[in-house]
Design a protein around this ligand. Structure first.
Ligand code: GDP
Length: 315
């Protein structure tokens, strides 16, 4: 915790990745704050283009940066597009963090994910579990890039005194999630499948893998709130876990989703799809100890997300 919080008031704040689920939540959260939100569309700026990123920073002169841009996806996308997940995320991190350093940005918050931790890290996973064992193979490409970003923040802080921090959110969900079955994460995939089953009058809901893995879920609005809290109040080398503490098995999640959607169906399990990590529960006591807590319970968040899906995505 810093004694004097970093103030966003009157600052130019660049939200990198503002079209993604997390970036949009950050923009919504910042909307009533006294700051100028800077964004760049993909057509205007490819974050993989170093010269373009440098030009953007020189022109728009952000004073704070929230680095929420990433090539993301669920277990299948990660497993089948390793080059995109490693290359895009490495280059975006080095370009944005490098430009922020050169541009004298006062505060930068880099976002990673709980998959940076070893596959068999002791649960719940503390920040110091990083780099203590082999990664989960289905998402090691993404994880390596995110670990590099965390280390870059630490190195820039040590060598150049930059106030760059990193936050590791757990599995997130909410409005503007990706509901495409090939590339999405489990929660939006199950919402889309349960909705389809309901409208088709089907009596089964297909779940990938064994249903035994456990995951922790957090609504993206809680995550955005935590990110701004850390941006204001945290200034140190260690990355910080951002979790809800709410862990469920994939089987239980599927039951909750079916209930939220109003689907009466039997679950079927597809063993041809990977289970991935057995558990990914984070220890968020560092963040909790600073006085921040999530507000949206999973069942409430699921209902709200399905309502959003019904108005925005469902035909
Ligand atoms: P992970 O947290 O990186 O493993 O990514 P996912 O959210 O994609 O997957 C979490 C778990 O949910 C894995 O065990 C998946 O096999 C399982 N799962 C069950 N049904 C689905 C589905 O329809 N889509 C996805 N992406 N995962 C599913």
């Amino acid at each position: 915790m810093t004694q004097t919080p970093f103030s966003l008031a009157g600052k130019r704040v660049f939200v990198a990745g503002h079209r993604g689920m997390v970036g949009r939540a950050l923009v919504r959260r910042l909307a009533d704050q006294d700051c100028e939100i800077l964004t760049a569309s993909r057509e205007e700026l490819d974050l993989r283009d170093q010269a373009g990123v440098d030009r953007f920073f020189a022109d728009r002169r952000p004073q704070a940066v929230l680095m929420a841009a990433a090539t993301v996806g669920g277990i299948y996308a990660n497993d089948t597009r390793p080059a995109d997940f490693l290359y895009d995320n490495l280059v975006m991190a080095t370009n944005v963090l490098g430009a922020a350093l050169r541009g004298g940005v006062e505060k930068l918050t880099f976002l990673g994910s709980s998959c940076i931790y070893p596959r068999l890290a002791p649960q719940p996973m503390r920040e110091d579990a990083l780099l203590t064992g082999p990664l989960e193979p289905t998402n090691e490409w993404y994880a390596i890039a995110k670990i590099a970003g965390v280390k870059l923040c630490q190195a820039f802080r040590r060598q150049h005194g930059a106030d760059f921090i990193s936050a590791m959110p757990t599995n997130l969900y909410g409005p503007f999630d990706n509901f495409d079955l090939e590339s999405s994460h489990v929660l939006p995939a199950l919402i889309a499948k349960a909705h389809r089953a309901k409208t088709d009058g089907a009596s089964t809901l297909s779940v990938w893998g064994s249903g035994a893995p456990k995951r922790e879920f957090m609504h993206v609005d809680d995550c955005a709130d935590a990110i701004l809290f850390l941006t204001r109040h945290y200034s140190a080398e260690s990355h910080v876990n951002v979790g809800s503490g709410e862990e469920v098995s994939i089987r239980t999640l599927a039951q909750h989703v079916a209930q939220a959607v109003g689907l009466q169906a039997e679950l079927t399990f597809d063993p041809s799809k990977p289970d991935g990590a057995p558990r990914k529960l984070m220890d968020s006591s560092l963040l909790r100890g600073m006085g921040w807590a999530p507000r949206i319970p999973l069942n409430e968040g699921l209902k709200a997300t399905y309502s959003w899906y019904l108005t925005q995505i469902a035909p």
